[in-house]
Structures are given as structure tokens and as C-alpha cells.
Design a protein around this ligand. Structure first.
Ligand code: FAD
Ligand code: NAI
Length: 471
């Protein structure tokens, strides 16, 4: 049965992840008639259903579990904490539904018509939705925003069953703590989810193609981060590649070889394998070929100011170029909604913070030392260790440092890099300072409350001119 709705919508957004739902809400706020379609049974996309939110729920719960084991250090005698994994998974699920239901509420509040079904663009301005509940619905619209996100990049020759050999989705749902978890890829997913299972008792081995972890992160920060993770029990096999993954009855045999040169292969027998070697744009079933929307060599939708090559079709979020981050997708959603409502939408790609939510966290904004050197920019470094921060000392969270990179001539902040407690929250002040074109001196002269971890940011700013007080 097909139901055709008249020339009803100013905008139909395909995908209700952080890019899509935020775009739909902002456009509705600005008076556009909007529908948002997602093929999942719940809104919120990868982020709320199988990404940011469930991973942060497990990171939080597992961190509390790990900390509880050391509560005795603070005079709190709890005994040995006992894990109830099904209850922890229920806690995670409640976090997901709490958030996805929030989107339903926001859609209703803003009069966004929310649909569950697979959308296919049949012509510019015409979308056919195969409804999850059965039947199809045809939507006519002035504009389309594609926000269909991304999916896990497969590792050639390795079959994912989401039980023994998993992507992040399976690693958020293990029904028992693996004895030995092998992770392919020392990127953000591998290290966040590796932290979850390591804290709950798994032995974690990470195989990384490159000779370093977390490519893209400032090298000095990455080195320190690696040392900290090793202290937590992570084992890294750098400069190595996985050449075979053979699931057996209840274990997996993994063959590992040097990444570049010919060399001896080693085999490991592990309980689970997590493949986390990146994510790729998702455009399957959208009908892009038939309407002629162009993709780039990496399979991303090509855009210029969010416009595709087809009039009236726009794209945002993971499915276009740029970092695959929820807040980047959200800001693009707002920008394109404002453009469609006749305003001037804008995203500053130079100031998009990144955070790895491990313990300690890693956070950065702007350029790192390698990037500045490559660009031939003269910069000064101000660094301050958490070891010298009073609050970090009393909390026993002294691992890490803040590093500020400022232009030698103008003192303008070019990049801020933190490995340490609460780094993800602290990077916000650096982002604001950078948005205002601030200098290291601006940060240094801003009064920071005592005793807070943020004083380490102020001290690093002072250190740019070699005048840190507590070091
Ligand atoms: P998505 O959130 O991927 O949403 C796209 C939606 O489109 C999906 O729901 C999909 O069902 C729907 N869709 C696809 N095709 C169709 C179609 N034809 N019809 C209808 N609907 C369709 N980022 C962060 O910033 N912070 C984090 O802490 C973080 N943690 C993460 C943890 C994990 C484990 C993973 C996997 C990712 C994480 N990310 C994180 C990345 C973040 O999830 C993505 O950057 C973000 O979700 C991208 O948003 P999006 O709107 O572009 O797409
Ligand atoms: P990633 O790009 O962060 O890391 C992938 C790692 O795998 C890299 O170190 C890469 O060198 C390595 N690699 C690639 N091919 C390999 C191979 N064949 N063998 C061994 N190593 C290989 O990708 P990841 O961790 O899968 O995450 C995907 C994306 O999801 C992130 O880049 C990020 O955009 C997003 N994300 C963001 C989070 C956050 O903001 N906290 C959390 C989780 C995901």
C-alpha cells in the first residue's frame, strides 16, 4: 500500500543521527515544514543507539567499578567489587532509551514529522520511504538533507559475526568478560572499548598497523597516553598487521605479521576480536546513482557548502568529508538548516575539539606540533603537568599534562592538547578562546577557580612565556 503525501515538506532529512535530528529541529524552529526519516526503530542514529552514548555508559560504569577497587585508599571499605554484567548492560540500555526517547520528545515539541523506514531518493524532491511498520510512503519536498552517517570499515578477508569477531556494536554487547580481547586498530574505538573490557578484567592486546597509537593526536600526547594505557595492562603490537582471523568453537586464532617488511608471523589464541580500523560513509540504498549525486574516491558524498551537485540535495555529518564526530555533524546540521531558512550557516573546521573518553581522557583542539612543523609555522610551547596541580594531587589523578601551542610572533593560540583527568571538559575553554582568536596571554590572565584542574590550563598558558608559578 502506498500513501502519497502532497507537496508537503520544505525539508526532508534522511537519517536521525546527531547531524539529521539537529538539522530537522533547527529547520523546524526557523519555520520550515520538516520530516525526518530513519530506518532504525529508534531515533538518534549511530551516536545514541550504538556509538557515543552506549560506549560512554559502559566507560562510566567500568570506571566506577575500577575505582571502587581502590576506594580503600580514601578510607572507604567496600570489599572486592563484584561485577553483575547483565545489570551493567541494563544500565547502558536505559541510557540509550533515555536519550532516544528524548529525541522523540524534541521532534514532537518542534513539530518535526518523524518516520521510521528506509528512504530512497527517487527524483530530486521526491523520496520513497519503505516504512518499518509496513507499506511505503512517498514524500514530496523542496529540499533533502542526507545525513545517513557511517558504518564500520571491514578488514579484508575477516568475517564479522558480532559474537566472536565483532565491530564496536558487538563489543558493546558481550555477554561475558572476554579473558583475552584482541583489538585490531589503536584508534579511538579500540582504546575506549578496550578500556571498558580491561577494567572489567579482560587481557587486552592491540594490533596497530602504524608504529604509533591514535594517528592524528599530537605525538607527544600519544606517547604519554600509550605509556599510561600500558600501566593499565594494555599490550600494544605496533607496526603489525592481522593477516588471518580464524573463529574456532569458542575462541579465535589470529595471525599477526609485521606491517611493512617480510617477517615472522605469530599466532595468538584469543576469546574475542574487535575490528576497529576506522569507519566509512554509508550511502547504501539511497538511490544516489539514479539521481546522479556524486561521491568522492573515499565514497563520501561530495559537497560544496553542504550542497551536492544536484539542486535541492544537501549532505552533512559522517557521510561527507571531515572528522567523523557527533558534534561536527550537529554543527553542520544547524548550518544547513539556517542556510535553507535564508540565513548564513557556518562551521569553523579549524576549531573542532576531539576527545578520547578513556581514563585519563585525551582532548585536543586546533593544530598539533607535527601539523605546525609541516606548515612551517613558528610556535612556542607551554606545558604543565597534572603532577603539579593541587586538585589532581589530592584526587590521585596526576597522570598527564596540558600543552598549549601559540604563535611565536602573535601569541595566538594555535592548538591545545591535553592528556589528563577531565580533559574532555577542559578542552571547551580552549575552543572558546580559539573561536575568539585568543592568545596564550588571554588564557593566562583569565582568573581560574582554585582548586580546579583547569588551573593546569592557565599554568600551561603562563608556561608559553616561561612563567608558570607552580613548576
Ligand atoms: P549517524 O549517527 O550514523 O546516523 C545516521 C542514521 O541514518 C542512522 O540511524 C541510519 O539508520 C540512518 N540511515 C542510513 N541510511 C538510511 C536510509 N536510506 N533511510 C533512512 N535512514 C537511514 N562521536 C563523538 O563525537 N563522540 C563520541 O564519544 C563518539 N563515540 C562513538 C562510539 C562508537 C562506538 C561509534 C561507532 C561512534 C562514535 N562516535 C562518537 C561517532 C559518532 O557516532 C558519529 O560521528 C555520529 O553519529 C555521526 O552522525 P551522523 O548524523 O552523521 O550519522
Ligand atoms: P580510527 O580512525 O580512530 O582508528 C583506526 C586505527 O586503525 C588507526 O590507528 C589505524 O592506523 C589503524 N588501522 C587501520 N587499518 C589497520 C589494519 N589493517 N590493521 C591494524 N590497524 C589498522 O577508527 P576507529 O577507532 O574505528 O573509530 C572510527 C571513528 O569513530 C573515529 O575516527 C571517530 O571519528 C569516531 N569515534 C569517535 C569517538 C570519540 O569522539 N570519542 C569514539 C569512537 C569513535
Amino acid at each position: 500500500m502506498s500513501e502519497e503525501v502532497g507537496d508537503d515538506f520544505d525539508l526532508v532529512v534522511i537519517g536521525s543521527g546527531p547531524g539529521g535530528y539537529v538539522c530537522a529541529i533547527r529547520a523546524a524552529q526557523l519555520g520550515l515544514r520538516v520530516a525526518c526519516v530513519d530506518k532504525r526503530g529508534s531515533h538518534g542514529g549511530t551516536c545514541l543507539n550504538i556509538g557515543c552514548i552506549p560506549s560512554k555508559a559502559l566507560l562510566h560504569a567500568s570506571e566506577v567499578f575500577a575505582e571502587a577497587a581502590h576506594a580503600g585508599d580514601m578510607g572507604i571499605q567496600l570489599g572486592k567489587p563484584k561485577l553483575d554484567l547483565p545489570a551493567m548492560m541494563t544500565y547502558k540500555e536505559n541510557g540509550i532509551t533515555g536519550n532516544t526517547q528524548g529525541i522523540d520528545f524534541l521532534f514532537k515539541k518542534n513539530k518535526v514529522e518523524a518516520l521510521h523506514g528506509s528512504a530512497m531518493i527517487v527524483a530530486s524532491g521526491k523520496i520513497e520511504v519503505s516504512l518499518l511498520a509496513g507499506g511505503t510512503r512517498t514524500l514530496n519536498t523542496k529540499n533533502i538533507v542526507i545525513a545517513t552517517g557511517s558504518e564500520s570499515t571491514p578488514l579484508q578477508g575477516v568475517e564479522i559475526d558480532e559474537k566472536l569477531v565483532v565491530t564496536s556494536t558487538g563489543a558493546l554487547e558481550f555477554d561475558a568478560v572476554p579473558k583475552h580481547l584482541l583489538i585490531v586498530g589503536a584508534g579511538i574505538i579500540g582504546l575506549e572499548l578496550g578500556s571498558v573490557w580491561a577494567r572489567l578484567g579482560a587481557e587486552v592486546t592491540v594490533v596497530e598497523f602504524l608504529d604509533r597509537i591514535t594517528p592524528g593526536v599530537d605525538e607527544e600526547v600519544a606517547k604519554q597516553f600509550q605509556r599510561i594505557l600500558q600501566k593499565q595492562g594494555f599490550k600494544f603490537l605496533l607496526g603489525k598487521k592481522v593477516t588471518e582471523v580464524k573463529p574456532l568453537k569458542a575462541s579465535v586464532k589470529v595471525t599477526i605479521e609485521p606491517a611493512q617488511s617480510e617477517g615472522e608471523a605469530e599466532t595468538l589464541s584469543v576469546d574475542k576480536v574487535l575490528v576497529s580500523i576506522g569507519r566509512r560513509p554509508y550511502t547504501e540504498g539511497l538511490g544516489l546513482e539514479s539521481v546522479g549525486v556524486q561521491l568522492d574516491v573515499a565514497g563520501r558524498i561530495e559537497t560544496n557548502g553542504f550542497k551536492t551537485n544536484v539542486d535541492g540535495i544537501y549532505a552533512i555529518g559522517d557521510v561527507i568529508s571531515g572528522p567523523m564526530l557527533a558534534h561536527k555533524a550537529e554543527d553542520e546540521g544547524i548550518a544547513v538548516a539556517e542556510m535553507l531558512a535564508g540565513k548564513s550557516g557556518h562551521v569553523n573546521y579549524d576549531v573542532i575539539p576531539g576527545v578520547i573518553y578513556t581514563a585519563p581522557e585525551v582532548a585536543w583542539v586546533g593544530l598539533n606540533e607535527e601539523e605546525l612543523t609541516q606548515k612551517g609555522v613558528d610556535y612556542r610551547i607551554g606545558k604543565f603537568p597534572f603532577m603539579a596541580n593541587g586538585r589532581a594531587k589530592v584526587n590521585h589523578t596526576t597522570d598527564g599534562f596540558v600543552k598549549i601551542l601559540a604563535d611565536t610572533k602573535t601569541d595566538r593560540i594555535l592548538g591545545v592538547h591535553i592528556v589528563g583527568p577531565e580533559a574532555g571538559n577542559m578542552i571547551a575553554e580552549a575552543a572558546v578562546a580559539m573561536e575568539f582568536g585568543g592568545s596564550a596571554e588571554d588564557l593566562a590572565r583569565t582568573c581560574h577557580a582554585h582548586p580546579t584542574l583547569t588551573e593546569a590550563v592557565k599554568e600551561a598558558a603562563l608556561a608559553v612565556e616561561d612563567r608558570a608559578i607552580h613548576m
